[in-house]
Design a protein. Structure first.
Lengths: 469, 415
């Protein structure tokens, strides 16, 4: 149990991509920080189910906070991603115009991109579109190329942030929903079913619940309306059909869906956009899936001949405002980081850096630690060699030569690693996200019983170890 | 690196692969290697702990595991090289495959390759069943693995989606796990069981505890946050919706061949079966590569797969001996209501077939329909079927093949 009398310097509420990025930034300084997460795993809310694209911010509203932090976050990730082994591919994105309306909007988008400092965006002729994407339907009228867009592993990012934070002494408390906040003598007491934590400063990065936390601290300025996005993921055998992220051309009347390769080697189709009231409504719907099917047929009908590997839905933390809802209250020792809609992954490091600036402005100027611990993330992307294809690794430990999940070629060694890492998988879901086991085309037909057995026996071993300590 | 050469490499140690290996041994073809990615050989029967295996290939009634063990024992007592925990990861060239094993990476070079990688049931996601993603949704394969291999309990109240052979097998497994099968559903007007499997159906769902069957419906939603709490069924005819409380959903049937290795080897896939395009000798489009068993089209009973394994062994032996491959093949095209036919290609003047018949399936119950086989405008054969059942393969003899002239494609219709 957490020592209830300890007073942290900073408490970050929410361990999604934004909260973990902030926690990692804080861990570089001599501060006592705690990261509180309502769910049983980090990155288990909005961050786990998105389109997995690392955006340049070419189409963000020029001059907005979102655009500024997105632009900064994009650049910071360029250093971060290779350093920590985050699976990524610089696929570039292509916007294909299918009608006159879309074709006409491309010029405006190009201009905006250049204004946003994304200078390499350029127009494509019809011929160029088909040269880049020979398998898309006929009928394209032109396109726009955004070379700087990446595809990335959406879960490795918050996992890496959380891991580096924990290695550098940020306390991570899972299953810790914050339902009550009391301020007394310049110290906040945050409590809920997971226990109680005291902290001088509070940073609200609670994503879908950032409005609730903001209200607990006495503010009434935005409401989070979960925007559901349903997605269909196609079989890896479809990977060769698409080379770039195929972004929809936004026009005044419609917002389309994208078709994108994933770093795991699948093709993704989505998302839908549907405003809901329920912050837990991550179910897919008949209408949503039918809508995507129709949209996919309109872009690349060959894709629909391939098998579907997975379908899922994520919730974006949209508010009534178009921009991020970041507010600093030095007098109340509180920073609100709300309304990070769908660009959180790309801007996360930009946001974290900005939060540090806000803390500095508020008079918190901690010393930078002289040395930091770090570990690389396991590679679950298809571009670099995975353990099953790495001779040296198998020679070191034969469990890397034991394939447990055949569709995704996940080895016993990787599963064990994920169960014993600094931020280990505590549930089968967490294990799926960390290793990709059971995420492949058979969805556990072959391996789910085996993975379950390994999970149970390994975590039991671990419990024994803990009780011996 | 574990690099070695062999005469015949068989990928997949299920009934088709093991039966083929034993037959090849009899035919004296040289070195035979059979690899399997699992810890044990045996394939799916290994997990199907009820009686009814081996009737047609070894003429005895075995349970799934004892049937698998019958073959495994014979292989282990022979000169056949059996490698388990060996994952074939891709093709280095047409006759050289890459492997991953606990002792490292490697390649196997073979004069002939036989793919017997089997099939699986489409998962919930591939069926585009909407709803939440709670625990408690299984395919029959995973269910049997949990129950038989690991003695795990699943839930207390299960709905079985499907009413074909495997669905009744799932009922049996659920009972063993102490989970009550409360309902079966089918999108058709009736269950899809016929002779000789009717007693198995009666035994599973009529004699002891009756399991009601909801007909003409599809599963249209799954509810539940952490665990399944219920499902919604939609009647195809009336559009009526119905909620059923349950904590377990078993998705049965809807088979798809595990064709990854075939596709990675750029072997031509038949768009109807989703398995490799094969002729009567079970040759794929790539020289020296054969395919047999449920990789060809999805699940047939294990003994059928084993008999196909024996059949392909003869083709492989002939190929190794004479080293000749087909020159021209005629593709057999089928249209709805025929779902697929296998074999689906014919080489002129080479008309032997696995078990002396083609197999085909239809999309729905069919009564008094006439099957016509045409080459161009030329009618080669016609036959009227009184009743054809979906999800159950119908046999078609190959006597008409010797009326084929030239290499223009063959079309089979059912009207």
């Amino acid at each position: 149990m957490e020592n209830e009398n300890k007073i942290y310097d900073v408490a970050v509420v929410g361990a999604g991509v934004v909260g973990t990025a902030i926690a990692q930034e804080l861990s570089k300084f001599s501060l006592e920080s705690v990261l509180l997460e309502a769910k049983s795993d980090i990155g288990a809310g909005t961050s786990k189910a998105n389109t997995a694209i690392w955006h340049t911010g070419f189409d963000a509203k020029t001059g907005s906070l979102e655009q500024r932090l997105l632009s900064r976050g994009y650049k910071l990730l360029l250093d971060y991603v290779p350093q920590f082994g985050i699976p990524h591919e610089k696929s570039g994105a292509v916007l294909i115009a299918w009608n006159e309306d879309q074709l006409n909007s491309l010029t405006g988008i190009l201009e905006k991109a250049h204004n946003n400092g994304v200078a390499d965006v350029h127009m494509l002729t019809v011929e160029e579109v088909y040269k880049l994407e020979p398998e898309v339907n006929s009928g394209a009228l032109g396109g726009l190329m955004v070379p700087g867009e990446f595809i990335i592993c959406p879960f490795s990012i918050p996992l890496s942030f959380a891991t580096q934070a924990v290695l550098n002494d940020v306390k991570l408390l899972l299953n810790f929903p914050v339902t009550d906040i009391i301020e007394e003598n310049d110290v906040y007491t945050l409590s809920g079913s997971g226990g109680t934590v005291k902290s001088k400063y509070v940073i609200n990065a609670a994503g879908l619940n950032s409005d609730v936390i903001d209200r607990l601290l006495g503010f009434e300025r935005f409401k989070v309306t979960p925007r559901r996005g349903e997605l269909i993921v196609f079989d890896k055998l479809a990977r060769n059909l698409v080379n770039h992220v195929l972004l929809p051309v936004p026009t005044s009347i419609t917002k389309g869906v994208l078709v994108s390769p994933t770093v795991f080697g699948n093709i993704m189709l989505g998302p839908t956009a549907e405003d809901l009231d329920d912050k837990e409504a991550t179910n897919t719907s008949t209408e949503g899936l039918e809508f995507l099917w129709k949209k996919g047929e309109g872009i690349i009908s060959k894709l629909l001949d391939e098998e579907v590997t997975s379908t899922y839905a994520g919730l974006r933390a949209a508010t009534e405002h178009s921009d991020y809802q970041i507010y600093s209250h030095p007098d109340k020792r509180y920073i609100c980081v709300g309304g990070i809609r769908s660009t959180g992954l790309s801007s996360s490091l930009g946001i974290a850096e900005y939060i540090l600036e806000l803390l500095n402005e508020a008079g918190i100027t901690p010393e930078k630690k002289t040395s930091l611990k770090s570990v690389k993330m396991p590679n679950i992307g298809q571009k670099e060699h995975r353990p099953y294809e790495t001779e040296e690794l198998i020679k070191e430990n034969e469990d890397y030569g034991r394939v447990v999940c055949h569709c995704e070629r996940v080895t016993l060694g990787e599963i064990k690693d994920a169960l014993h890492s600094p931020v280990p998988a505590k549930t089968l879901e967490g294990l799926r996200r960390r290793t990709r086991s059971m995420q492949g085309r058979c969805q556990g037909f072959y391996c789910s019983a085996d993975v379950n057995e390994i999970f149970e026996s390994e975590t039991k071993n671990k419990n024994v170890e803990t009780s011996n300590e | 690196m574990n690099n070695f050469e062999t005469d015949v490499l068989i990928v997949g140690a299920g009934p088709a692969g093991m039966a083929a290996a034993l037959e090849l041994l009899k035919l004296n073809v040289g070195k035979i290697t059979i690899v399997d990615r699992d810890k044990e050989a045996g394939g799916l029967p290994h997990l199907t702990d009820h009686i009814g295996f081996g009737m047609r290939d070894i003429h005895r009634a075995y349970s799934g595991p004892s049937y698998a063990n019958y073959y495994i024992k014979k292989i282990k007592n022979s000169t056949i090289q059996l490698l388990v925990e060996t994952t074939v990861t891709g093709w280095d060239s047409n006759n050289k495959l890459n492997i991953t094993t606990p002792s490292g990476l490697g390649t196997i070079t073979a004069k002939a390759v036989l793919l017997t990688t089997g099939c699986r049931e489409r998962p919930r996601t591939a069926r585009l069943i909407p709803g939440s993603r709670p625990q408690g949704i299984y395919n029959t394969g995973a269910l049997q693995d949990f129950v038989f291999e690991y003695k795990k309990l699943v839930g207390k109240k299960a709905v079985i989606i499907g009413a074909e052979l495997v669905s009744y097998s799932a009922i049996h497994t659920l009972r063993k796990a102490g989970c009550k099968p409360i309902l079966m559903t089918t999108e058709f007007e009736k269950h899809q069981i016929t002779i000789p499997y009717l007693p198995f159906k009666w035994w599973s769902s009529n004699w002891f505890n009756k399991v009601p069957l909801e007909k003409n419906c599809k599963i249209s939603n799954i509810y539940g946050k952490d665990k399944v709490e219920g499902i919604e069924l939609t009647n195809d005819k009336t559009g009526n919706k119905k909620q059923i409380d349950c904590d377990t959903v078993i998705l049965t049937g809807d088979w798809i061949p595990d064709h990854e290795m075939a596709r990675l080897g750029t072997i031509e896939i038949n768009e109807k079966t989703n398995g490799p395009l094969v002729d009567g000798q079970l040759r794929t489009s790539n020289e020296g590569v054969f395919a047999a068993g449920n990789l060809l089209r999805g699940a047939e009973p294990s003994d059928i797969a084993a008999l196909e394994g024996r059949h392909v062994a003869k083709s492989i032996s002939k190929y190794l001996e004479k080293n000749d491959w087909f020159q021209n093949r005629i593709k057999i095209n089928v249209d709805e209501p025929i779902k697929w036919i296998t074999p689906n290609a014919i080489e002129l003047n080479s008309y032997n077939l696995p078990l002396n018949r083609f197999l085909f399936r239809v999309t729905d119950f069919m009564k008094n329909k006439t099957l016509k086989i045409k080459q161009g405008e030329e009618l080669l054969y016609s036959k009227t079927f009184k009743l054809i059942i979906p999800n159950f393969s119908q046999e078609l003899s190959g006597e008409w093949q010797n009326r084929i002239k030239g290499i223009s494609p063959i079309t089979i219709t059912l009207e």
